[in-house]
Write a protein that binds this ligand. Structure first.
Ligand SMILES: Cc1cc2nc3c(=O)[nH]c(=O)nc-3n(C[C@H](O)[C@H](O)[C@H](O)COP(=O)(O)O)c2cc1C
Ligand code: SF4
Length: 530
């Protein structure tokens, strides 16, 4: 194994690619070879390095220096000055993105504590940062019931959207009859605007492997699957590499830590359907069937993969497990709120100065996220609304900006945290125009298995589209309400049950603006082509 004296991480997300990140990376690799530094300095890719708008960004370790925006012409200077002579290129230095500019609140990194700091391709770096310590502790010192107790006491709630208590889910699976039992990591992440699981897996793949093996030990399972969104090519590569390394070191496979506990992990690549993130559709997909949700109950802890007891957890949920085991449930409960401990990883998008990814304690208000981490709305425009929780999330008006963002408080306020996507819209955004792509998305992604969702998503999209063209009927709002309520009450899975949430919450908070489109045939903001 080669040991490198420096690591250079280049952000390769779609925006950076447009701004020349690939050329920057290729030039960097060429220059390192030219100076015979390629055996000393390792170049790595990350999808994003957090909230930096001046891209391409490069981050150099061990100094933890961020340079941005970097152009191909800057590479000579960076290699010669920084990597060869050890002198910083001051004119290109940017503040570390995860330190808020106005440090009123701290970004608490539990889940992302390693992301961007360690080389995700080297198991040694994970081990050097407490990696696999939790697994060793569990296998050598704890009984499965004790592990279940710690996770239950931590009150870790599932981060995949439904906020189900993880400890309870694991207990149900352990108690359920049937062998073998399965552990599944849900890395399908096809929610538009959400890329937190991708960053966790790209930046710290061993953490998820460690958590899955711990879950296996706790519930009595010997086999796990990671269901990865097919488009996440780098994640798949890193997970494959991590599984091989963990095997070689004896953290997965037979007789883990010299015990009689065995665990294997397989990778399953998703094929791009949004509904396959729903746990039962995901299970059907692994079984080689069409990815459609099952009728429930029974739920996966009793009837999961091939009809056997199965734990399905989101990647972010799993990412919390090793630190909880290492530090204890009480340590975890120091973060966040009493009812929802820990942190939440959010993706902030839309009309906001600093777009990107943050990890903050549960309970922070959306106002603080926008003003502190997002650095406000560009052009001094006024906030109009946010959509929290992804495409099926509620529309939040200004009056709700101070609701603490944790699962329980948001639910009480009639909103949801969902996948953690926060879409920010300013006063120039039209509500009907916003609803058009959202309703189109559900119309497209409905799997068609049940009538309310299959027919309802099509009807809702057609009505919204008609309203946006000036063809709205007097009965449209009541029709939208009727269809939405029927879908929520009778759809088979969460997709149909929640598809109408944005429409219903838009009617609740912005009824006047929608009515102006319908009755006056005017888009008050001049966005819709009426
Ligand atoms: C349409 C739909 C899509 C979903 N997509 C995802 C997904 O991409 N990732 C995920 O973890 N959970 C997704 N879920 C939630 C899962 O069904 C399940 O609740 C979750 O994986 C459980 O993990 P947790 O308990 O750790 O939250 C989706 C649910 C629905 C209804
Ligand atoms: S609610 Fe929609 S996505 Fe879910 S099973 Fe029914 S048709 Fe398929």
């Amino acid at each position: 194994m080669a040991l490198y004296r420096a690591h250079v991480i280049v952000s390769i997300d779609s925006f950076s690619i447009l701004k020349g990140a690939i050329e920057v990376k290729d030039t960097l690799i060429d220059k390192l070879k030219k100076y015979k530094l390629d055996q000393e300095v390792k170049v790595l890719e990350m999808s994003t390095l957090g909230q930096i708008k001046d891209v391409p960004v490069i981050l150099i370790y061990p100094e933890k220096v961020v340079y941005a925006p970097v152009k191909v012409e800057d590479i000579d200077e960076i290699v010669e000055e920084h990597l060869l002579k050890g002198r910083l290129v001051k004119r290109l230095i940017k503040e570390l993105p995860w330190l808020p500019k106005k440090p009123k609140l701290e970004e608490a990194r539990i889940v992302l504590s390693n992301a961007g700091l360690i080389d995700p391709e080297l198991i040694e770096e994970y081990i050097a940062n407490d990696g696999y310590v939790a697994l060793g502790k569990v296998v050598k010192e704890m009984k499965p019931d004790e592990v279940l107790e710690v996770i239950k006491n931590s009150n870790l709630l599932g981060r995949g959207g439904a906020a189900f208590p993880t400890g309870l889910k694991w207990k149900f699976t352990r108690k359920a009859k049937g062998e073998p039992k399965y552990i599944i990591a849900n890395a399908d992440e096809s929610e538009p605007g959400t890329f937190k699981d991708r960053l966790i897996l790209e930046g710290d793949p061993h953490r998820i492997i460690e958590a899955m093996v711990i879950a296996g030990y706790a519930v009595g399972s010997h086999i796990g699957y990671i269901y990865i969104r097919g488009e996440y090519a780098l994640v798949i590569e890193r997970i494959k590499n991590a599984i091989n390394q963990a095997h070689n070191m004896g953290f997965i496979g037979e007789n883990i830590f010299g015990s009689d506990f065995n665990f294997e992990i397989k990778i399953h690549k998703g094929a791009g359907a949004y509904v396959c993130g729903e746990e039962t559709a995901l299970i059907e997909s692994i079984e080689g069937k069409r990815g459609e949700p099952r009728f429930r109950p029974p739920y996966p802890p009793t009837y999961g993969l091939w009809g056997k007891p199965t734990v399905v957890n989101n990647v972010e949920t799993f990412a919390n497990v090793p630190p909880i085991i290492r530090n204890g449930a009480d340590w975890f409960k120091r973060f966040g709120t009493e009812r929802c401990p820990g942190t939440k990883v959010y993706t902030i998008l839309g009309n906001i100065k600093n777009k990107g990814l943050i990890e903050v304690p549960m309970g922070i208000s959306l106002r603080d996220v926008i003003n502190i981490y997002g650095d406000g709305i560009p052009g001094d425009k006024k906030f109009k609304l946010a959509q929290t929780g992804g495409t099926s999330g509620s529309i939040i008006p200004e009056s709700m900006l101070d609701v603490p963002m944790d699962y329980a408080s948001m639910m009480e306020a009639g909103a949801a945290l969902g996948s953690g996507a926060l879409l920010i819209c300013d006063e120039t955004n039209c509500i009907v125009d916003l609803l058009k792509p959202l309703t189109h998305f559900f119309n497209y992604e409905s799997c068609g298995k049940c009538v309310p969702c299959r027919v309802g998503t099509t009807k809702i999209y057609k009505i919204i589209e008609r309203i946006s063209r000036g063809g709205g009927l007097n009965t449209d709002i009541s029709m939208l309400e009727d269809i939405s309520k029927t879908m929520a009450a009778t759809s088979l899975c969460g997709l149909g049950q929640a598809a109408a949430v944005p429409v219903l919450s838009a009617i609740k908070h912005f009824r006047g603006e929608i009515e102006t489109h319908i009755f006056d045939k005017i888009c008050p903001l001049g966005v819709c082509k009426i």
